[in-house]
Design a protein around this ligand. Structure first.
Ligand code: NAD
Length: 275
């Protein structure tokens, strides 16, 4: 287990894979000390081998377990002299399907990991952030926090919750000199997505497939900035504006195009035949 020895430090959840892992690599490359946390012990082992044991702490952590989260933070604080320059709340899971067709336990699991996990992290880490001048509390939201997305309704709702929490805490934590911001990624090529999602992604436009290192670059930029919401790609900011200004129009667009429209039409046709 390494120690920071005066280096700046970042605590990353979901560090074994995807955007969390790319962020670990990027900050390591900039000379930072990295705390990597995930449920995936194998992925963490290979991350540690890649970064070098002296440059990181990796540890298995389920972000839904508040007591264990506090232990992980105490270990991290011991290695950094009580400092944390960036908290990156990034672990997340996705679950697709119609809300009424999903087992309720699956629905609750998404809320536990994607939202309660973020609350656990921020509530437990605030002491370290407060003790670190210029610190940043950064969380992974989603483009599905621009408008409630059918097919991933609860996932999308948790990401709206993250966005709202970010806005509120970015004001509350001014008392402590801690900045708070989030990233709203579009379609990022990571294992969280089913392979066909990337294969069938449009070649251009805001929902083209983007490599996870682009999110890592945004975390780095956010550390030097006062900006609140980061969009990857930046054009997603326009979708957010449209959803805010014209929610009925955006609703109609989503309901009448793509797979959701087909499912609605098929259900209506089936109901017509039955009647
Ligand atoms: P990923 O699957 O590569 O990484 C997510 C990591 O989180 C995994 O290593 C997983 O083991 C870990 N994790 C899951 N549950 C956990 C738990 N309870 N405790 C600790 N770790 C846990 O996917 P990713 O795309 O890099 O996802 C990172 C974040 O980005 C997630 O919050 C996801 O919702 C969000 N996101 C992804 C996309 C996309 O298109 N890939 C778009 C928008 C937002």
């Amino acid at each position: 287990m390494g120690s920071a020895n005066g280096r700046k430090s970042i605590f990353i959840t979901g560090a074994a894979s995807g955007m969390g892992r790319e962020t670990a690599r990027l900050f390591h490359g900039k000379g930072w000390f990295v705390g990597g946390y995930d449920q995936n012990a194998e992925g963490l082992k290979s991350l540690e081998a890649e970064l070098g044991a002296a440059n990181c702490i990796v540890r298995r952590l389920d972000v839904t377990d508040k007591a264990d989260y506090e232990k992980a933070l105490a270990e991290f604080g011991a290695a950094t002299g009580g400092k944390m320059d960036v908290l990156f709340n990034n672990a997340g899971i996705g679950a697709g399907g119609f809300f009424d067709e999903q087992p309720f336990e699956d629905v609750l699991k998404v809320v536990q990991v994607n939202f309660v996990g973020v609350l656990n992290g921020i509530h437990s880490a605030i002491g370290l952030l407060k003790a670190t001048p210029g610190s940043l509390c950064f969380t992974t939201s989603s483009s599905s926090a621009t408008y409630g997305m059918p097919g991933i309704a609860v996932y999308s709702a948790t990401k709206h919750a993250v966005k709202g929490l970010t806005e509120a805490l970015s004001i509350e934590f001014r008392r402590h000199g801690v900045r708070v911001a989030d990233v709203l990624p579009g379609l990022i090529d990571t294992p969280i997505l089913p392979p066909e999602a990337v294969k069938n992604a449009p070649k251009d436009g805001m929902f083209r497939a983007i490599p996870p290192v682009e999110v890592a670059k945004v975390v780095w930029e956010a550390y030097g900035s006062e900006k609140l919401h980061w969009y990857v790609p930046p054009e997603l900011a326009e979708l957010d504006k449209a959803a805010g200004n014209m929610p009925e129009m955006v609703r109609e667009q989503i309901a009448t195009t793509g797979p959701i429209a087909k499912a609605i039409e098929a259900a209506k046709a089936a109901a017509g035949k039955a009647g």
